[in-house]
Every structure is written in C-alpha cells, then in structure tokens.
Design a protein around this ligand. Structure first.
Ligand code: ATP
Ligand code: MG
Length: 592
C-alpha cells in the first residue's frame, strides 16, 4: 500500500515573511481602492487619445533611468547570451516601425511573426505595434497547413520569419496565401538574393530611418490577434486592443508581483498569448530584465537557467512542472535557487501535488493563476501575500469581478451566490484587455456574453473565503449517474499517487449511467505499467474520490496528447477511445 503525505489544505503565508513587500499586501483594501483610470494615469507621458503598448513598454524606460538596464537577455540554443537594453530596444523597434512604413504597410495592416525565440522576433513584434500594425505571433513549430490557415483567417499582409522556416513551411504554400504581400527573412543577411519574393530583415533595418516614428494608435485600436490553443476545437482568432496594456501593467504588479530589480522568466512561447502578454509586454512595462530562452524544455537546462540567471520571479505552466516532477527531485537538488522568490503557473489546472512539489523542491510553492486568450491577461490569481489553498486558482485580481452563474433551461443567466456551488465562471465586462471579437465569427463572439457578463466556458466554484476552484471546461465535464464530474478532481487524485506523472480523464458513453469515468495515465521514471499497478491506482482513486466519481477504467500511455502550448487534449483521448474523427489537430504537439 502506498502512504500519502499528510498535508494541510492551506499554505499559510504572511506579508511579513516575504523577502520584499508584496504589491498586493491587502487584497480587500487594494480591490476597494483600485480603478482602471488610475492605472491609465500612472502610465503617464501619454498624449490625450494616444496609447500604444510598445511605446509604454519600451520608450518610457529608454528615456528614463532604466535606459541602460538589460530589457531582454537572450539565451541562445547553444551557450551564446546576448543582452538588449531598453535604449537599444527603442532604437531597434523604432527602425522596424520605420521599415514597415517604408514598405507602405498601413495602420491596422496585419503583421504575422513566425520564428523561434530570437531577438528579431521581439523587435518585430514591438516595432510593428509601434507602427500601428496588428501583430500575430505564430508558434514556430506549426506545420505549413496551420500556418496557412491562420495567415488566411487573419489576412496577414506581412510575414516575418527565418529563411529555414520559410523554405520548410511557407514557400510551397505561398500561392495559397493571397493577402501576403511582403515576407521578411531574419538571418545572416542577403536572404532576398537567395530566396525569390522575400526581403532581408538586416538590410531593411540598416536602410530604415532612425528617427522615432510618430505614434498614432489610440486605446481602442486593434493591436494583437491571438489564436486560442485549440484544446477544445478549431482555434479562434481573438482580437485585442492597445488598451490591454493597462491589464498587462496591473497584473504584472499584482499577480506577478514584479519589482524594480527582478529577473523575470516567462517560459511560454510568444506564439501563445502568455508568451506575448507576459513573455514580452508586462516585464518591459515594469522595467525589469526578462530572460528569453531559445531552446526547448530540458529539465536540467531549466534548473541551470533558474540558478545561473538568478531568476527571482518565474512564470511557467503545469505541463512544465509535471515534466520537472517526472525528472525526479535528485536533479533539482544539484542546483539552488536562493533568489527565487515567486513562482506562478497558468494554462491548465495546477494539481495540488504540483503546488507542494514547488514548496518541497524549489523552496517556493507554485501560485496558480487563471486566464484565457480571450481575457488578454491574468484574471484570478494566487498572489504572494495570500494563503494558498492548493488546487484553487486564487481570487479575482483588483479591477476584475468574477462570478459563478447558471444558465437555466428557459434562457437567461442566474448568478449563483451560495459558496461551493458549481456553475460557469463569468467575468463582469470592463477590464481593458477583454477581447473585442473573434475574427470573422461575430455570432460566436456575441454568444459569449449575457448582458454585462462574459461567459468563459469554464466551470468553477467559489468558496466562502472567495477562492475560485476550477472544475473543468464545460466541454470536458462528465455526466455519470446523475453526478457532474470535473476531470480535474479525478486527475489530481491520481496525481497524488507516487507512480503517476500525468493523468487525463474523459467520460466514456455507457448505456446505464450515461458516462463512466476513464483515466489515461503516464507514469514517472522507474514505474512500469502492469495489472497490479492498474488495480492499485483504481483502488487509490476509489478511496480518495468514492465509487461514484473514481475512474472505472485506467489505461497507461507513454505520454498524453497535448497542445503545443502544453495542455492535455481530452477531446483527442475521447475521440481515440471511441474511434471518432480527431477534429482539428493543428495545435497537437508532435503533429504536422
Ligand atoms: P480553445 O479555446 O481553442 O479550445 P484553450 O481554451 O485551451 O483553447 P487558451 O485561451 O490558451 O486556449 O486557454 C484558456 C483555457 O485554459 C481556460 O479557459 C481554461 O480552460 C484553461 N486554463 C488556463 N489556466 C487555467 C488554470 N489556472 N486552471 C484551470 N484551467 C486553466
Ligand atoms: Mg478556450
């Protein structure tokens, strides 16, 4: 029999024990006094009617005391390290904005970026924002089809990519992308002489005027078009405006607790909204140094980066944490992280096991937070001075109102006031980074709202202390013998078992009870799938969850299907189990 550690339901924290005073020391008082206009006032220096994400993120600091502070530290896939300070970043992004102007790219034209995490990607994103273009970063591991689909949905005019990616993924498809007028290649130079129909990034930058471009965007102008992760179906293109920068700033302060001398590392790729909002914009807004690692996940490399770069605030994802857990604590013990003071996670539910792992292995618990591509920034979070209830997403941030609602059969929406009652998570409209549309899908956008509420499509509950608990995506909830079962609860119980590295749970149609719970499990190093372990896991889950909720079947898989942004794709587990079509797999990790 396995022995489970006895753990309390709360990790108590006190503002006094923190190495630096938390920005959100008093949640209730800060929420009460908070206002978005006040945040706008703080981001001073903006002319009336003018607001631009890149100007606030870069130029504000380039002209102030942080001009020669490292803004972005790029760790190359090998050993190379290159630093760009705020002043340099300003002149590079000024030039890129001017280069776009010289190409005749107009305000609002779409600029897509497809590259690894290299300096030119960051310059292109920020420079294009300065110019007033609409930016879409794509994940560089996408195959040709997903790229072409997104380029066409977004009506991309300019694509910034590398010669290698262009040859592998774009060249043959170019004729099928009629909106694309200019392709700019990042590389060693002279790309345009080798690759017909392209322009050379280095040459454009050399020839572009150096003077600062005139910033013309206003708060309601479209800035970013981000595609969702495609976890539940075909990715949607969420439209964001420049005003979103107010959320990036406020959440950088309250959810990530960024302080002036922090070294911040967001591990998400800019191809996903986290990698843009928090991998680019929020840390720059706060004038802190951000680490950008070009290489893919590697447990040892990541521990080394945390140690060598003296990362103080780390923002990562459950999938990465589970992989570190899978690699075993011995590896972590070879490194030390005395400067690491705050660790946060987003993207999927964070199992309590992972919160505790942080506490035990990194010396800091992991702070879960919740948001979506549609919300543009963090909405609900565990913050430094707040007690953590492992398994909870935390509380709504200042300026955010979250509620639990039900949609009764007859129509309309009812707010659920009773604590611990499941319903759909809704947000009251009014935070600046709310998406302003799904590109080309007006009806779908409209359906996300009821009055002044945005309905998130996630199920959750709120406890008596105001903490929110994720139950599952509306699409993933299992209906079994009259019970509604959230996969997260079952997965978290399985994860408590020392053999389990990851779990994905689905409902399998059953003529008697509607659906039965089936779990797919991948094992940690040193454990083998066999009948005895299967029975042990079934027994463990039954003991933890009761017979009504525990899985009836468990299957072992070497790894679970996940999106390239690291989310378990339960819909694929289900389609495969039932022999149904797999649907959109454009974001499937390891896919085309
Ligand atoms: P698609 O909408 O295309 O199916 P997606 O919803 O996974 O993809 P994202 O916008 O990247 O695309 O992800 C947001 C979703 O991720 C949330 O709606 C929620 O289901 C899940 N999520 C994010 N953070 C958390 C968290 N801390 N706890 C639980 N779920 C989370
Ligand atoms: Mg979604």
């Amino acid at each position: 029999m396995i022995r489970l550690p006895m753990r309390p339901g709360v990790i108590h924290k006190s503002a006094r024990d923190l190495p630096v005073p938390a920005h959100l020391a008093d949640w209730a008082a800060t929420c009460a006094s908070f206002s978005w206009p006040q945040v706008r006032g703080e981001l001073a220096g903006t002319e009336a009617g003018v607001l631009n994400i890149a100007q606030l993120a870069v130029d504000r600091h380039a002209q102030g005391p942080h001009a020669h502070r490292t803004a972005l530290r790029f760790l190359g896939a090998g050993a190379a390290v290159s630093d760009v300070d705020f002043a340099e970043l300003k002149s590079l992004t000024d030039r890129f904005a001017n280069a776009l102007a010289a190409l005749g790219v107009g305000a609002g034209d779409r600029v897509f970026v497809l590259a690894g995490r290299v300096p030119a990607l960051y310059v292109a994103v920020l420079g294009a924002l300065k110019h007033g273009s609409v930016v879409t970063p794509l994940f560089s591991a996408f195959g040709p089809e997903p790229i072409a689909t997104r380029v066409n949905i977004g009506g991309a005019r300019v694509l910034v990519t590398t010669e290698a990616l262009y040859r592998r993924k774009i060249e043959k498809m170019r004729a099928s992308m009629p909106s694309l007028q200019q392709v700019i290649l990042i590389g060693e130079g002279d790309a345009e002489t080798r690759v017909p129909g392209t322009l050379d990034y280095a040459k454009l930058m050399r020839e572009a005027p150096a003077q600062p471009p005139v910033i013309r965007t206003g708060p309601a102008d479209m800035a970013l078009l981000h595609f969702t992760s495609g976890t539940t179906g075909t990715p949607k293109g969420a439209i964001h405006v420049h005003e979103a920068v107010l959320t990036h700033f406020a959440t950088g302060r309250y959810a990530l607790d960024l302080h002036d001398d922090d070294v911040f590392w967001c591990t998400a790729d800019p191809g996903w909204v986290t990698g843009t909002s928090y991998g680019i914009v929020a840390p720059l807004l706060h004038g802190v140094t951000s680490i950008v690692d070009e290489a893919e996940f590697d447990a040892e490399r990541w521990y080394r980066i945390l140690q060598e770069q003296r990362v103080s605030v780390w923002y990562t994802a459950p999938t990465a944490i589970r992989m570190l857990m899978k690699a075993g604590p011995e590896l972590a013990r070879k490194y030390s992280f005395p400067q690491l003071r705050f660790v946060a996670s987003v993207g999927e539910p964070l199992n309590p096991e992972a919160v505790w792992w942080g506490q035990e292995v990194l010396g800091r618990p992991i702070h879960d937070n919740w948001w979506q591509t549609e919300t543009g920034g963090i909405m609900i979070a565990n913050t430094p001075a707040m007690d953590i209830k492992p398994g909870s997403m935390g509380k709504p941030l200042p300026g955010v109102q979250a509620l639990i609602v039900r949609r009764p059969e007859g129509g309309g929406v009812q707010v659920v006031d009773t604590p611990d009652t499941e319903g759909e998570l809704a947000l009251r409209v009014g935070w600046p980074s709310m998406f302003r549309g799904y590109l080309g899908q007006e009806e779908r956008y409209r359906k996300c709202f009821a009055g002044d509420l945005y309905l998130t499509g996630d199920l959750a509950k709120r406890d008596a202390d105001g903490y929110f608990w994720f139950v599952g995506r509306a699409d993933d909830v299992i209906k079994s013998a009259g019970h509604l079962i959230g996969p997260f609860e079952v997965e978290s119980a399985l994860m408590e078992h020392p053999a389990v590295a990851e779990a994905g749970v689905i409902g399998k149609p059953d003529p008697v009870v509607g659906e039965v719970v089936k779990a797919f499990v991948s094992l940690k190093k040193g454990f083998e799938p066999n009948e005895a372990l299967n029975l042990e896991l079934l027994g463990h889950a039954r003991k933890r969850l009761g017979a009504a909720v525990a899985p009836k079947e468990i299957a072992f898989l070497p790894t679970l299907p996940r999106t390239r942004s690291g989310k378990i794709m339960r819909r694929l587990l289900k389609a495969r189990e039932l022999g149904l079509p797999e649907g959109d797999t454009s974001t499937l990790e390891g896919g085309a």
